[in-house]
Design a protein around this ligand. Structure first.
Ligand SMILES: [Zn+2]
Ligand SMILES: [Zn+2]
Length: 296
């Protein structure tokens, strides 16, 4: 299918598919509910500090930028899926899941994806991919909308792996759709500015407190709490870190705070700077015939 054909198919899909309308209504409903609770907590005075207003505006900006980039995600995953079928890679048949109730199937699909997401996330914390993921960490004030502060390249990686993995496991399309809604809602929830720890269930479901430690600008917490939904992956792979309530500073010192344009361009600028620095150090290496300096 040509490019224009794919764009047309995407637009038709967005308008006709019920799952998109449900997803939009549910996420908007959740965001409004959080706003009402916050207003109630502040005795119906919207006395948000200016920094929070800027953070929320930037997050909404990102939401829209990513909507503009949605066709890229769609095009890429479409091509990969076609290649996948053409390569004849064996995959699990949808009939395997017949008779499994939806309330088991949807959380199970979310668990399968969370395993992949843990490793995606761990790789995004590697120094070469960090400039992409630093955008998510750049928010100096965590709020439900921080979950939408994602660079489009990260969105591409996450969405493509979601579609590839769950299609390979043979999950029905509606299970994949509702699974995505569940993950989106939980992701908004863990970015709420509340100190909820989930008490005895803290190892079962990731809490806002756990995710706040992931955002803490503190060396001990860097690269910790990478699982989005199920802390079991952090416990298994040694990255669980919740020493108590999180009172640390959030954000990334070197990244722009709330400027959407600068943030979208940030990874490209950083890679340019890193490549230039590497070229300089290689030249220095040749000149002095010394070993390359450790840059880690
Ligand atoms: Zn992270
Ligand atoms: Zn986060």
């Amino acid at each position: 299918m040509d490019f224009a054909g794919r764009i047309y198919e995407l637009l038709a899909f967005l308008v006709t598919e019920r799952i998109y309308r449900v997803s939009f209504a549910v996420t908007l409903g959740f965001a409004l509910a959080v706003l009402v609770v916050d207003l109630h907590r502040r005795e119906y005075r919207l006395n948000w500090p200016l920094r929070l207003v800027k953070s929320v505006a930037a997050n909404i900006g990102f939401w829209w930028v990513n909507l503009l980039f949605a066709p890229i995600v769609f095009l890429t995953s479409g091509y990969i899926k076609e290649g996948y079928a053409a390569l004849g890679i064996p995959s699990i048949d949808e009939s395997v899941w017949l008779g499994v109730p939806w309330w088991i199937l949807i959380p199970f699909a979310a668990l399968c994806y969370d395993f992949a997401d843990y490793w995606n996330h761990r790789i995004l914390h590697h120094r070469w991919l960090w400039p992409i993921h630093a955008i998510h960490h750049s928010d100096p004030d965590l709020n439900v909308l921080t979950s939408y502060r994602i660079h489009f390249l990260e969105l591409l990686v996450m969405t493509t792996s979601y579609i590839l993995l769950l299609s390979w496991l043979g999950f029905p399309t509606d299970v994949m759709g509702y699974g995505a809604i569940l993950l989106t809602l939980h992701n908004m929830y863990v970015h709420m500015n509340v100190d909820w720890s989930h008490g005895p269930f803290r190892y079962v479901l990731a809490s806002p407190r756990m995710h706040q430690w992931h955002h803490a600008d503190l060396p001990e917490a860097y690269g910790k709490n990478l699982a989005n939904v199920f802390p079991v992956f952090d416990l298994l792979f040694g990255t669980y870190y919740v020493p108590g309530p999180c009172k640390e500073q959030f954000g990334v010192k070197d990244a722009p705070q709330n400027d959407v344009v600068k943030l979208v361009l940030y990874p490209f600028a950083e890679w340019g700077r890193n490549a230039a620095a590497m070229t300089r150090s290689v030249k220095f290496d040749k000149d002095s015939e010394r070993k390359l300096p450790e840059t880690e």
